[in-house]
Design a protein around this ligand. Sequence first.
Ligand code: PEP
Ligand code: MN
Length: 337
Amino acid sequence: MIIVFRAGATQSNVASVMKEIEDKGLKPVPLYGTERTVIAVIGDERELNEGHFESLPYVEKVMRVLKPFKLVSRETKPEPTIIDVNGVKIGSKQICAIAGPCSVESEKQMDSVASSLKKMGIRIMRAGAYKPRTGPYSFQGLGKEGLQILNEVGKKYGMATVTEVLDPRDIEAVSTHCDVLQIGARNMQNFELLKEVGACQKPILLKRGLCATIEEFLLAAEYILSHGNPNVILCERGIRTFEKETRNTLALATVPLVKELSHLPIIVDPTHGTGKKSLIAPMAKAAIACGADGFIIEVHPNPEEALSDADQQLLPSQFETLLKEIQPIVDAVGRHL
Ligand code: PEP
Ligand code: MN
């Protein structure tokens, strides 16, 4: 059940409804929008009298949401969620451009890429310190040392940082060193990890699982919101299909569909979505054309020598060209970088 408050409802109106719900043994999860507050009720709703809430003067309406996801649903919150990361308003008219290497490899590598990205006006940098590698003998990331390098370099250049967290035991370290926590494709249905990042307030970049349906993707986001963190940025990064020419199949229809179903921002990762350098720019352009709120792209100062994903990282100069080429598409959809 979703309880939608009128625009003028006060904090104490909301608190009294939350208390009534708790007294019945259910969990109220508030979602504070710019215009109105909404409460989603989690638990056995039969305990609640819908008519009673509807009769309250500060309640606009009570809705039964039929979809399995409630808090992330557009029905619950028609206006888009906008998440501010270092002045970039993700989900607004502004297109968010996140770039950086697959992995943190050294201070020199990070400093070099950060200095190039800074000159291009990039305000959010990515790099992995904990890497989810298919094989146990592949480079696993620098761990804590990687977090420290990322943090220092981010601060030096005034860029926010995004990094993946693989293990609930690392959430504290990752959230003290970085600005956005990434949940990777392989962990999209690691429900205990989702609950834990739901308990922290940093924005979460949630990537679509390799074999996840759109409903499963939105339910993964629902886990995070229902545990108290409303700041989720979705990321379409391609799914596994029978196709072998590309690393994954970048499912761009996800973008306009998710926009219909949910108020959360969604960005696209054409790097992992294709695994091929030549396809990154065309797919980034297509992503913006179909309504994505931004893109995340791997950029490395020396891709051939990269310790992970060497085949798919762009040189800073190639990324700069992409930024120039994408501008007319950004203009055409009435947005700005
Ligand atoms: C990454 O962004 O470094 C990564 C491993 O991505 P994904 O989880 O989408 O494979
Ligand atoms: Mn990578």
